[in-house]
Design a protein around this ligand. Structure first.
Ligand SMILES: Nc1ncnc2c1ncn2[C@@H]1O[C@H](COP(=O)(O)OP(=O)(O)OP(=O)(O)O)[C@@H](O)[C@H]1O
Ligand SMILES: O=C(O)c1ccc[n+]([C@@H]2O[C@H](COP(=O)([O-])O)[C@@H](O)[C@H]2O)c1
Length: 202
């Protein structure tokens, strides 16, 4: 059994994430996909969007196929979400499964800063997706060096879809409604329902 983990802050999920996960699924052909919104992301400021609302927005990923589920495990644990702990949990819960971890280019380039990154390489195959055209040489250099440390690394074959949650939040807060086109359903509807990313009053 192949199990693909896709973690993120998802504040909010966007078409770059959808493109990323679809490409990883096309490459790996997983039996099961677990989308895991982080409690507190380890390497950036905590999101001000409530975890339950980020979790609800992740329903967009289930459109990618019947094997795709969204887990609240990291949110329920609370605190900083270290991927090694999530992979250890999956390793125990799905005995014998081959684990894959989907990451965008920024995550691969900072991978040696992750907690217990050597153990992550033992537990899972990394599936890398480019976030911007032209980043391939740096990604391949990093992949080669992680392979020398025993890592297994695959590259998903999809053109980069340049998009970031932080930019979309800023655009929505500035009243740029065209940013909504980069959000998969039901994300725009939930943003309205929860009153997220509101234009700041001056
Ligand atoms: N446009 C994209 N293309 C490919 N991968 C992406 C893209 N955006 C995010 N990712 C990857 O998705 C995962 C989760 O990302 P995250 O939720 O932090 O989104 P983000 O857009 O990077 O957010 P922010 O701009 O707030 O940092 C990470 O592995 C990240 O590299
Ligand atoms: O475990 C770590 O040390 C670690 C360091 C940085 C990022 N991560 C994970 O990578 C995923 C994407 O992180 P982020 O901050 O871009 O949302 C998310 O699942 C994080 O928990 C994990």
């Amino acid at each position: 059994m192949r199990l693909l983990l896709y973690g993120g802050t998802f504040d909010p999920p966007h078409l770059g994430h959808m493109n990323n996960l679809r490409a990883a699924m096309d490459l790996v052909g997983p039996d099961r996909v677990i989308v895991m919104p982080a409690g507190i992301p380890p390497h950036k400021a905590a999101s001000s969007t409530p975890a339950e609302q980020r979790l609800a927005m992740c329903a967009c990923f289930t459109a990618l196929g019947p094997g795709v589920g969204v887990s609240r495990w990291e949110i329920d644990r609370g605190g900083r979400s270290y991927t090694v702990e999530t992979l250890e949990m999956l390793h125990r819960a799905y005995l014998g499964a081959e684990l894959y971890l989907s990451v965008g280019s920024d995550m691969l380039l900072t991978f040696r800063e992750w907690r217990s990154w050597r153990h992550i390489l033992e537990l899972a195959t990394l599936v890398v997706e480019s976030r911007q055209g032209g980043d391939a040489p740096a990604l391949h250099r990093m992949a080669d060096s992680l392979k020398a440390d025993g890592g297994r690394i695959l590259f998903a074959q999809a053109p980069a879809f340049e998009c970031a949650s932080s930019t979309l939040r800023a655009r929505l807060q500035a009243g740029d409604t065209s940013a909504r086109k980069l959000l998969p359903p039901p994300v725009p509807e939930l943003i309205d329902e929860y009153g997220l990313y509101k234009r700041s009053s001056k």
